[in-house]
Ligand binder design. Structure first.
Ligand code: ADP
Length: 508
C-alpha cells in the first residue's frame, strides 16, 4: 500500500476512532467483491463515519494525501457493482453507522434520512409507530438504502416509483469539506426543505445523482399516504409475441393515470426466478437448470404450478374503492381485444409465491430477489438497462437486440419491462453467469459491451450501468462528457471523490 494512503488512513483513525478504520485482508476482500464480469476490485481501506463533521474531516484528509474516496450507503448495489469502487486502491466510505431516520412527518408525508437508512428499516419504523405512510422500494434487497438507490436514480413499484422524482432537499458534503444544502435548504431556518423541491435559483439536486461531485449525507423523500383501498392486479399472457399488444394497451392506461404505479411486464424466465426466490421454492431451480435449459413440458408444468405465462404483467390500483372499480373495468375492457390471456385477481395471489410477492412490493413491502444469483454457480449477475419509448416498435427492437446478442454469446434472454411514466420504459435485462467459469465470464463481458453498443447505435441510452462499463457509455456522449469533467475540476480539483463513477475521472 502506498505510504500516502497509509498516512491518510492513520489520520482518519483520529477522526472516527481506530476501530472504524479497517484494512485487514478479510475486510478488503469483502469490499472488493462484485458480481460483474471483471475481477474483484480491492480498496485500500474502509472508513465508517458517524457524523457529517467526520465526513468533512475525512474529505480534507483525502485532499491532503490525494487519495480516492468511494462512498457507499449500504453497498447492496447488486447488478451494478455492490460495495466495490470503479477502480482499485480507493478508501470506501461506508455509511453503515450514519443510519438515523431524522424525521418522519405524517401530515406532510415525508421522511428525512441519513445515507445508511435501509428500506426495511424505514418500513419497520413506519409500521412500529403506526404511521400510515408507505415507502417505495426496489426489488433488489431490503437492506439497500434509500439514499444509495435514489442517488442512482433507481425505481420501484408503487405510484412513487421514480425515487429521485419524489426526493426533496439534499445535504451534500463537497470534496473540499463544505456543506451544501439544496432546494430551500440554504435559507437559515427554512420551513420548507422537504416540502418544496425547486428552492430559489438553479436546481442543483440532479448534479449529485449518478455523479461524483459530492457526498449526500441527508436526503428528504416524499412518502405515500396509505390509500383507503389497494387492489393488485396481474395478467398472465401465454403468447410470447403478444408483447407488442401489451405495450400498446398499457401506454394509454399509464399515461392517463388509470394505472398509477410502475407497471411491470416480466419475461417468464425472470418470473420463474422470482417465484423460486420469493417462495423459497428451491425445487424450481433443479427443474429449470442452471442455464434455463428446460424442456417445453417442464416449462408448461412450472407455468401451471405458479400461475405464470410467457409474459406476466403486474400493476395495482390505489384510492377510493368506487374509483378502483371504475378503473378496473376500464383496464379489463382495454385488454379484452386480446386472446390467450387471463387476469390474476388479488384473491388468487396468495396461491403463487410470484404473485404474492408482487402484491407486497406494489404496496412498498421490501423484498429480496438476490438469492437467485447463486443459481448459476459463483454469483455473476448484472443488469443492462436501456430505456425505450412505450411504443411497440421500440420495445420489440430492444428485445430483438437483447435476444440476438444473448444468443450469440451463449445466454438466454431474461428481463423485466417497467413502464414508469407511461412515456418511458426501463428494460432491465438480467444476465446471470458463473464468475468462476472464465470462458463464461468473458462471454458475458463481450455480451454486455456489445449490447450496450448496439443499443446506443440506434438511440437507446442505458439509464445506469455497472462500475465496469461506466466509462464505455460515457465515452459515447461527446460534449456532455467534457462538461461533466469541467464540473468535476470545479467541484473536486484533486479528483478524490469516486474516481471513475459514471465514467468521470480526472486521472484518465
Ligand atoms: P444501495 O443503497 O443499493 O446499497 P450503494 O450503497 O451500494 O447502494 O450505493 C450505490 C452507489 O451510489 C455507490 O457505489 C455510490 O457511487 C453511490 N452512492 C451511495 N451512497 C452515496 C452517497 N451518500 N452520496 C453520493 N453517492 C452515493
Amino acid at each position: 500500500m502506498a505510504k500516502s494512503i497509509q498516512q491518510a488512513l492513520r489520520a482518519m483513525e483520529v477522526v472516527v476512532g481506530d476501530n472504524h478504520v479497517l484494512s485487514d485482508p478479510g475486510t478488503l476482500e469483502k469490499y472488493s467483491l462484485n458480481m460483474l464480469t471483471v475481477e474483484n476490485i480491492a480498496p485500500a481501506g474502509v472508513v465508517k463515519p458517524d457524523s457529517v463533521e467526520e465526513v468533512q474531516d475525512i474529505l480534507k484528509i483525502a485532499n491532503q494525501y490525494k487519495v480516492g474516496i468511494w462512498p457507499i450507503s449500504t453497498g447492496q448495489n447488486h447488478g451494478y457493482g455492490m460495495a466495490c469502487a470503479a477502480k482499485p486502491g480507493n478508501i470506501i466510505l461506508d455509511f453503515a453507522r450514519m443510519n438515523r431516520i431524522l424525521e418522519v412527518n405524517p401530515d406532510l408525508a415525508y421522511a428525512l434520512v441519513e445515507p445508511g437508512v435501509t428500506y426495511i428499516q424505514l418500513y419497520k419504523y413506519l409500521q412500529k409507530n403506526k404511521i400510515p405512510l408507505w415507502i417505495d422500494c426496489p426489488s433488489g434487497s431490503p437492506e439497500s438504502s434509500l439514499v444509495g438507490n435514489t442517488t442512482e436514480r433507481g425505481v420501484g413499484y408503487t405510484p412513487m416509483a421514480e425515487h429521485f422524482l419524489f426526493s426533496c432537499g439534499m445535504e451534500v458534503v463537497l470534496a473540499d469539506g463544505k456543506i451544501l444544502r439544496t432546494g430551500t435548504g440554504p435559507l437559515p431556518g427554512t420551513k420548507t426543505w422537504q416540502i418544496f423541491k425547486w428552492g430559489f435559483g438553479p436546481y442543483l439536486d440532479g448534479m449529485f445523482t449518478a455523479s461524483n461531485f459530492g457526498i449526500v449525507t441527508k436526503l428528504g423523500l416524499w412518502l405515500m399516504p396509505e390509500p383507503p383501498a389497494y387492489e393488485p392486479m396481474g395478467i398472465v399472457f401465454n403468447n410470447p409475441d403478444d408483447i407488442d399488444r401489451i405495450i400498446e394497451i398499457l401506454r394509454p392506461l399509464k399515461i392517463n393515470n388509470v394505472i398509477q404505479n410502475g407497471a411491470a411486464v416480466t419475461h417468464v424466465r425472470k418470473s420463474l426466478g422470482h417465484a423460486a426466490v420469493w417462495g423459497g421454492s428451491k425445487e424450481i431451480l433443479p427443474k429449470v437448470g442452471r442455464r434455463f435449459d428446460y424442456t417445453p413440458e417442464v416449462l408448461k408444468e412450472l407455468k401451471d404450478t405458479y400461475n405464470l405465462g410467457n409474459w406476466n404483467s403486474s400493476f395495482a390500483l390505489y384510492g377510493l374503492p368506487e374509483i378502483i372499480q371504475i378503473h378496473k373495468k376500464i383496464i379489463k375492457d382495454a385488454f379484452s381485444s386480446m386472446s390467450n390471456y387471463r387476469f390474476v385477481d388479488s384473491s388468487e395471489m396468495s396461491d403463487s409465491p410470484y404473485w404474492q410477492a408482487r402484491e407486497k412490493i406494489m404496496r412498498g413491502e421490501p423484498l429480496s430477489e438476490f438469492d437467485m444469483s447463486d443459481w448459476v454457480g459463483q454469483a455473476g449477475s448484472l443488469w443492462i438497462s436501456p430505456v425505450a419509448p412505450v411504443q411497440h416498435e421500440h420495445v420489440t427492437t430492444q428485445i430483438e437486440i437483447a435476444k440476438d446478442t444473448c444468443a450469440k454469446h451463449g445466454f438466454k434472454y431474461s428481463a423485466e419491462l417497467i413502464v414508469g411514466s407511461g412515456r418511458d420504459l426501463h428494460h432491465i435485462i438480467w444476465l446471470m453467469f458463473d464468475r468462476s467459469d472464465m470462458d463464461e465470464r468473458q462471454r458475458a463481458h463481450q455480451c454486455v459491451g456489445e449490447m450496450i453498443d448496439r443499443y446506443c447505435e440506434v438511440g437507446y441510452l442505458p439509464y445506469r450501468t455497472n462500475v465496469a462499463f461506466s466509462d464505455h457509455i460515457m465515452k459515447k456522449l461527446g460534449l456532455f462528457r467534457e462538461i461533466c469533467h469541467d464540473l468535476k475540476r470545479l467541484f473536486d480539483p484533486n479528483g478524490i471523490l469516486s474516481p471513475g463513477k459514471s465514467g468521470i475521472d480526472l486521472h484518465d
